[in-house]
Design a protein around this ligand. Sequence first.
Ligand code: 58G
Length: 223
Amino acid sequence: MRIDFVTLFPGMFPSVMDASMMARAQEKGLVSWGCVNPRDFTTDKHHKVDDRPFGGGPGMLMMAEPLEKAIKSIKTKNSKVVLLSPQGKTFNDKTALRFSREEHLILVCGHYEGIDERLMPLFHEEISVGDYVLTGGELPSMLVADAVARLVPGVLKKEDAAVSESFTGGLLDFPQYTRPRVWKGREVPEVLFSGDHAKIAEWRLNAARKATKKKRPDLLERA
Ligand code: 58G
């Protein structure tokens, strides 16, 4: 999968997009990414990308022309063009799985007070990562890229893939433990040493249900 970010701040991306799982996904040739800067598509002396809103009001808007040119410079028939904005549909695991099947994602990051409304026909989808306003779409776009890339087949080890299914299956993850067996007097549940895989699976399902009921009862009500 190819992920392109359209952003005025490309310097924000490498530390997140070249670390950890993202680094391995790129080494395996499963994911690649890049940035396109609308400022590089300006033709005026000052490389102007923002202007004041007609009708007045505080702040600045991203101008239509540089943003459209930036998107069109990378868009093909196989591109899914997504705008990150607080007005979008809330992003979740289902959206992530759907996007993970795309060949080319273009994640468009607005800045300032927003973008010229006449750009809206360019976007296939408008997505929000939650009900709060940020100074730009850059952090949301990387959040989406992370959630999507980990679902691209081959990025995670086989056994990990099931973990995401357990969340989309409607329950939170079960509690997990690693060494040492006793830490600060706190013991690991005995059943996990039994070697009885059916019994362990049963314990984990029950523990997942209990955790979901306690932490996220809204998930149980939806299921
Ligand atoms: C219209 C209005 C288009 C995403 C505003 C673009 C982005 C929160 C989220 C914008 C964001 C979220 C202006 C600054 C959106 C831009 C950007 N804030 N909750 N801020 O996903």
